[in-house]
Design a protein around this ligand. Structure first.
Ligand code: SF4
Length: 383
């Protein structure tokens, strides 16, 4: 359960090699967003409110595989939008498998059962199904009834055909630890291969921003959940033990946004998957021209409450390589769920938020107005 042995060994040796080479900043997970179009409209999502000409854009097979080659991360998380709406997704997945990338194809699963035959089970491919809780909670989170039932049917169908399947859960303010623990028990009984869980990040464009967690609430929530599952040992998490330890308030970590670089239809996004504060044309340009020190909790107001894996999982993995004994103790004994918490980063010197969203949307719209369109239109969006 959780991260496969193959992935643990290959990603572990990649990280060790980066340290031996003295690389200070290296990518761990490429966040690939080949489209923003989705077949749901969840209240907590900040990705789907673009104008139609932008929602109709797709990264081509060449652009997707080129992004993987450019950055060289051993893991590729394909998100969106809904990746299964992309007609060339099977070829993109095939190309990434040929490059021996560990792929997490993130999906709401509405199309999964119908499209399963386009894929073959492979140790490098995992379907990461979005499920935010029980039937009632998930359907509420995605603002549509019947989605949970379809997703569970798709999970069972995918497992029956021999695919790796994990679930991807986002927790918001008001999540009840008892219910979350019961939900983890339920999904584990479905035979899934791991649970990915993260606190919601308050996207500046999410329609419902009131229900995102702040750091203090996040840590207490994770303690209250994990204490119901032997410090997390009861469940197979698709996360490093030290990232769970961080979520429960036992580690003081600084963000490493370059660990999960994001490639979208706008280009390489600065500084991370969650914040779009500008775009670079190439991965090299992203790495060399981003002022990394101006982002992260304590540096920037928009980062104040963030504890999301795309910023802190890479920090946890680096800490694991530097202090393997510390990670081993957490893995063996479980996450500490009581006692004092590790000190948090001071927000006293953070710079104020800048609002840049409309600028890059305007630029993209102007660019699209002057070039022939290669997008797929609403036909696939209506599937
Ligand atoms: S803390 Fe890091 S991952 Fe979170 S929003 Fe800021 S830069 Fe992105």
């Amino acid at each position: 359960m959780g991260i496969s042995l193959l992935q643990t060994v290959k990603v572990g040796s990649y990280v060790v090699k980066q340290h031996l080479k003295g690389n200070k900043r290296y990518p761990l997970v490429l966040m690939l967003e080949p489209l923003f179009r989705c077949n749901l409209a969840c209240a907590g999502c900040g990705k789907i409110d673009y104008p139609d000409p932008i929602l109709n854009q797709r990264l081509s097979i060449e652009e997707c595989l080129g992004a993987a080659d450019e950055c060289g991360a051993p893991v590729v998380s394909i998100a969106g939008g809904e990746p299964l709406l992309h007609r060339e997704m099977p070829q993109i997945v095939e190309g990434l498998i040929a490059r021996k990338k560990f792929i997490y194809l993130c999906t709401n699963a509405l199309l999964l059962e119908k499209k399963l035959d386009q894929y073959k089970p492979n140790p490098y491919l995992t379907f990461s199904v979005h499920l935010d809780g029980s039937e009632e909670e998930h359907d509420h989170a995605v603002s549509q009834t019947g989605v949970y039932v379809k997703a569970v049917a798709a999970i069972k169908a995918a497992k029956a055909k021999g695919f790796r399947v994990t679930i991807n859960t986002t927790l918001f303010d008001g999540a009840e630890p008892e219910k979350v623990a019961a939900f983890f028990d339920d999904v584990q009984a479905m035979g899934i291969d791991g649970i990915m869980v993260s606190p919601g990040y308050a996207y500046e464009r999410a329609p419902d921003k009131e229900h995102f967690l702040n750091r203090t609430k996040t840590k207490q929530l994770f303690r209250d959940i994990l204490k119901r599952g032997e410090g997390g040992k009861k469940w197979g998490f698709n996360l490093s033990p030290l990232f769970l330890d961080f979520l429960a308030g036992n580690q003081t970590y600084h963000c490493t946004p370059w660990g999960n670089p994001a490639r979208t239809v706008f280009g390489w996004q600065r500084p991370c998957y969650l914040l779009g504060e500008g775009y670079a044309k190439t991965y090299k340009e992203l790495m060399e021209t981003t002022d990394w020190d101006s982002y992260g909790t304590g540096n920037y107001e928009k980062c104040a409450d963030c504890m999301v894996h795309s910023g802190y999982e890479a920090t946890s993995v680096t800490d694991t390589i530097k202090h393997p004994w510390k990670a081993a103790i957490v893995a063996l004994k479980g996450v500490k769920t009581d006692g004092p918490m590790a000190p948090d980063i001071s927000l006293a010197n953070q710079r104020p938020a800048e609002y840049v969203f409309s600028r890059h949307v305007e630029q993209k719209m102007a660019e699209l107005a002057h070039k022939p369109q290669t997008f797929e239109t609403a036909t696939d969006a209506a599937e």
